[in-house]
Ligand binder design. Structure first.
Ligand code: SF4
Ligand code: SF4
Length: 275
């Protein structure tokens, strides 16, 4: 058992208080033996990645906080076992004295979490604010997050969150066993609007079905009062969208959401011939 971070991008609004708090805590402050001062530029021991998704007018922006994953099986420790160690509470520390000159550690981290301090000639990264944790406090980034998007504490207190969590890099999770657990990592959305161009109006209440062409899984929704439909948090995949509305012929369009979110744009429906 030990400490863990829980990161929930669904609660994050990109304010970057956490990023600034990291600077506030570490720039010009020497927290030896956990960390020497962070330079005032070039280091992001915690970084909030912003991604603009979709296309106008169906656009979402997602934010994901990235930091050292405090891996149980840390690749950085494998590369420099004499300079990197894990505390009893699970926080992984790059020893500022013993790691002097070890520029190779920057490349050793698959998460891009280690930075080179040119002035001090040492590799540096998030310590989990070990100096605060030792005082019974939480890391500064967690303390300032106004939306609960960052949490920190004892592993046993977050059992439910951990059970529901994902890894930042799923293909590395089994090997590295990160102690930073993510909830609601952004997946894909498929969205559009259903219109009757001949009548020059949107179609409200149309039934829209999304079929995953790989798995065969199906989701159904209805267009809202603007004729819009959204499918959120779907897996990256190729989809087919079926639109059905009373008095109209069924329309079908493909939506490739393998690499990116998909705005299928206006789907024009045509009145069914009168019997
Ligand atoms: S995320 Fe990188 S720096 Fe942090 S423990 Fe894992 S390998 Fe080491
Ligand atoms: S402080 Fe919280 S809400 Fe603001 S960017 Fe960081 S994680 Fe997101």
């Amino acid at each position: 058992m030990g400490k863990v971070f829980i990161v929930d991008p669904a609660k994050c609004n990109g304010c970057r208080n956490c990023q600034i708090a990291c600077k506030d805590e570490h720039v010009d402050n020497d927290w030896s033996p956990w960390a020497k001062p962070q330079p005032d530029t070039g280091h992001f021991w915690l970084r909030v990645d912003e991604r603009v998704r979709g296309s106008v007018p169906k656009v979402k922006v997602s934010y994901v906080a990235r930091l050292c994953q405090h891996c149980e099986n840390a690749p950085c420790m494998v590369v420099a076992p004499e300079a990197v160690y894990r505390r009893g509470d699970g926080l992984v520390i790059v020893d500022p004295e013993k790691a002097a000159g070890r520029r190779d550690l920057v490349e050793a981290c698959p998460y891009g979490a280690i930075f080179w301090n040119e002035e001090l000639a040492i590799p540096q990264k998030c310590t989990g604010c070990a100096h605060l944790v030792d005082e019974g406090e939480v890391p500064h980034c967690v303390d300032v997050c106004p939306h609960g998007a960052l949490r920190f504490g004892d592993e046993e207190d977050f059992a439910a969150e951990i059970a529901a969590s994902e890894a930042l890099m799923p293909d590395r999770a089994a090997a590295d066993r990160p102690r930073v657990h993510y909830l609601n990592l952004p997946k894909r959305f498929v969205a559009g609007v259903v219109v009757d161009l001949e009548a020059d109006e949107v179609v409200v209440g149309a039934s829209v079905t999304l079929e995953n062409l790989g798995s065969g899984d199906v989701l159904v929704t209805k267009t809202d009062e603007f004729g819009d439909f959204w499918f959120h948090q779907v897996e990256p995949a190729a989809y087919r969208v079926y639109v059905e509305a009373e008095g109209y012929l069924t329309r079908m369009v493909d939506a490739d959401a393998v690499e990116e979110d998909r705005n299928v744009g206006p789907i024009d429906v045509f009145a069914a011939p009168q019997a």
